[in-house]
Design a protein around this ligand. Structure first.
Ligand code: SF4
Ligand code: SF4
Length: 150
């Protein structure tokens, strides 16, 4: 009986303490300013892609989750300001540890880790984020999803 009362005392003590959980997704916690989420490939003010397909981010990534395939730009219709651009740029977000080393390694400032972290999904294929999903929309486009989270 004494043991039961002791247990109930502990339960009641925790019952009246402030809750440490929140009603996600209706309520969300504030994240640290240093929080890192999904990648974004940014553009220059003139709309060209900053990424020049150099593959340094892929080489620096400690988990090997970035794949970059560079290609020569068509001078008449360049994708980027350099001679080359990323024909393929993708990250396997299931293997990413959000360390930010890829962002630091990028010589053109093309790569930016946003604060977007709602990455759960039902298929492994969806977790391979390809360039078309990561490239910043052109200026003037409505911002949706990850773009609004900085
Ligand atoms: S954040 Fe780290 S683990 Fe994730 S892609 Fe960049 S370098 Fe790789
Ligand atoms: S994101 Fe940066 S480091 Fe990676 S391929 Fe593009 S320019 Fe190179």
């Amino acid at each position: 009986m004494l043991g039961l009362l002791k247990g109930l005392k502990t339960t009641l003590w925790f019952f009246f303490r402030p809750k440490v959980t929140v009603q996600y997704p209706n309520q969300k916690r504030e994240y640290s300013q240093r929080f890192r989420g999904l990648h974004e490939l940014t553009r220059r003010p003139d709309g060209l892609e900053k990424c020049v397909g150099c593959e340094l981010c892929a080489g620096a990534c400690p988990t090997g989750c970035i794949t970059v395939v560079g290609a020569e730009n068509d001078p008449a219709h360049p994708h980027s300001s350099g001679e080359r651009y990323a024909a393929v740029w993708q990250v396997n977000i299931l293997r990413c540890i959000f360390c930010g080393i890829c962002q630091e390694a990028c010589p053109t400032g093309a790569l930016h880790l946003t604060r977007f972290n709602e990455l759960a999904d039902y298929s492994r294929e969806i977790e391979i984020y390809t360039k078309d999903r990561l490239l910043e929309p052109p200026a003037g486009s409505p911002k949706i999803g990850k773009e609004v989270l900085g």
